[in-house]
Design a binder for this molecule. Sequence first.
Ligand SMILES: Nc1ncnc2c1ncn2[C@@H]1O[C@H](COP(=O)(O)OP(=O)(O)O)[C@@H](O)[C@H]1O
Ligand SMILES: [Mg+2]
Length: 353
Amino acid sequence: MTVQDFITLLNSRRLDEIIQEYPISRDFLANFRLGTISRRLPLPQALEEVDDETLGEFGLDRYGVLINFSEFLETFTQTKDSSAAVSFLTIIGGFNKSNEPENIELTIASGEIISIVGPTGSGKSRLLSDIECLAQGDTPTGRQILVNGTELDDLQRFEMNGKLVAQLSQNMNFVMDLTVREFLEMHAKSRLTQSAGEVVKKCLMCANTLAGEKFSEDIKVTQLSGGQSRALMIADTAYMSNSPIVLIDEIENAGIDRRQAVELLAKSEKIIFVSTHDPLLALSADKRIVIKNGGISKVIEISDAERQSLEVIEKIDSTLLILRNRLRTGEMITEESLKIYMEDKLCGKYMML
Ligand SMILES: Nc1ncnc2c1ncn2[C@@H]1O[C@H](COP(=O)(O)OP(=O)(O)O)[C@@H](O)[C@H]1O
Ligand SMILES: [Mg+2]
């Protein structure tokens, strides 16, 4: 069901029928203080009876409530079987910005992590968008994306829209007055039949491990910082989302533990694309795509030799992290204090280069 389907449904069916079919609707209505509106009418008619002030409190008009409700239902009623639907994905090359052919056919199996590197403006986000919309030669790049080796017709593309791909910042478009715990519980309730409590606990722990600044489960979702809500979304995607493909666009500055985030997602047998300028992330992948002038110029399998250098990069990275924290807390960074953190010879050697 797409957002559009839900809009149609909400326009045509009585609220009590909607609630019976999608019990999670109760949470939405209660959240917008609409728990007492008439359920014998379809939503638009029921909303006629609500005064403007009550609605205005959430910055929404009646149409806004309809759209929010539809987005909410779309997010919280995703079916479970979509993850089984993708075992591999193929990118068939198109053209770079100078209209030269990419001459490439790259197949990626579920469980693989692909990093995407290249200068700013080279086309990393464009590649992610091509995957998101399952391009069929109809984007500026002319690329084609096949699912399990087959081309998709318009209807299949439309049906898969929103189900196949989780993009980490997307799922929270609707205005919600929920705490972190309530948000996760609601998600769990709509997605899982068993051990929802357990999963919520794991998600909370994981989101807090990923986030630079810790947060309590009682804080409102809308009050989270950028990094915190990214961390929450990553945990949510890893533990609850059914989307078989995850796209991550430059998370390095989001204030979260990037490496851990990718490792966590990697366990989930999804296909993960991560665009990045960060060596730590780039080398944590299985392959990396190099983008130049809008085209895929190279695909590099991460070798053992490269992977071995991860250890050094990690040490450099954690040293920088310590320095960043010292800066934040108002401490001085002197040569003396640097030495303390670079005592480790390996790390020290590389830091001096
Ligand atoms: N192969 C291509 N053909 C035409 N335009 C492209 C191509 N690749 C990228 N672009 C365009 O170039 C611009 C910069 O790309 P973008 O993906 O935002 O770069 P990055 O994410 O690497 O900074 C965008 O407007 C994008 O649509
Ligand atoms: Mg970009």
